[in-house]
Design a protein around this ligand. Structure first.
Ligand SMILES: [Ca+2]
Length: 317
């Protein structure tokens, strides 16, 4: 978990080099593509689904310059020489292709690769080389942002018939993110006060996300962060915790037990301001004397915060 936390922290510090790329992504030095690096550990299908939420795909690689750029950048982010990181390559029948629909003209397989057991491509940043890995192997991944979304998650045609499938496509609607630790589905929405956020979630049979352990806290952080420092205290997310029903008694809007807290220093503190609803800081706060990153703060329920995640149980196949 230290590894995941360190990657997330580094991602949060990652600044956008050129304005043309979406917030939180990085302009490639060798191409006009933008890349977003995810330190969360995710299987191939969930990684592709997450990339589609940023209007892209898992990244394709078409030349050695881009390959070297990705490896170099991943080394800087991960500070880890052994982990492999998912790219968008996968085995379709007997051929290898990319999730963005482009054909595989460049490859950089390690010696002995692709091995017969692997169905998707992961790069080892320390040597730039590619390895065939299992589709269900949970790994960090790289999205290529921009360009058309090619939704493999809604198609079964590309899934090798001998591969066990236990991913979001079995459990969540296609645009919701499956979290396998608790079998819930999540989707990020934007710009609402706490009450309107909860109302919107309920129209989907969901609630603003509750959080029950530090791993779920990391997960919520990861799916809602921009990677850009927070300059304004509304550039944060709502979580489902409030005391709007009983003053001074915090409860989750989904009715689950209040069994975990992750308060920032000095919070909760707004006992004199009436209703209290709780935010989480998914990014670092600029000039923060305390470190609020990933922590909670009780706040004014009427403020319009940047985002929130709705959460609902996965459907059983
Ligand atoms: Ca507070």
């Amino acid at each position: 978990m230290n590894y995941i936390a360190s990657v997330i922290i580094l991602l949060a510090n990652f600044k956008n080099a050129i304005g043309a790329c979406p917030i939180g992504s990085l302009q490639g030095t060798e191409s006009n593509s933008c890349y977003k690096f995810f330190g969360s550990i995710t299987n191939f299908y969930d990684a592709q689904a997450q990339c589609e939420k940023t209007y892209g795909n898992l990244t394709s690689v078409h030349d050695s310059f881009t390959n070297a750029f990705l490896a170099r950048t991943l080394m800087e982010i991960m500070q880890d020489t052994t982990s492999k990181v998912l790219l968008g390559g996968f085995k379709k029948g007997v051929n290898w292709t990319w999730t963005d629909g482009s054909s595989m003209v460049y490859t950089n397989w390690a010696k002995g690769e692709p091995n017969a057991n692997g169905n998707c491509i992961a790069i080892q940043p320390s040597n730039n080389q590619w390895y065939a890995v299992d589709l269900n192997l949970n790994s960090p991944y790289v999205c290529e942002v921009g360009g058309p979304v090619n939704s493999i998650t809604t198609s079964t045609a590309v899934i090798p018939s001998n591969t066990p499938i236990n991913t979001c496509i079995d459990h969540c609607e296609s645009d919701w993110i499956y979290y396998d630790r608790n079998s819930f589905c999540y989707k990020v929405f934007y710009n609402a006060n706490w009450t309107s956020a909860e109302e919107l979630c309920r129209t989907y049979g969901a609630h603003i996300s509750s959080i029950h352990d530090i791993d779920e806290n990391y997960f919520i952080t990861n799916i809602t962060q921009t990677g850009r420092n927070v300059d304004d205290y509304v550039d944060v997310i709502w979580i489902g915790l409030s005391d709007i029903n009983i003053n001074y008694t915090f409860r989750w809007s989904d009715g689950t037990p209040f069994d975990f807290t992750n308060w920032s220093p000095g919070n909760p503190d707004q006992t004199n301001y009436g209703n209290r609803c709780v935010i989480l800081y998914p990014d670092k706060v600029t000039s923060d004397t305390w470190d609020h990153y990933q922590l909670w703060d009780d706040w004014d329920c009427d403020k319009y915060m940047r985002a929130f995640a709705c959460k609902k149980p996965a459907r059983r196949p």
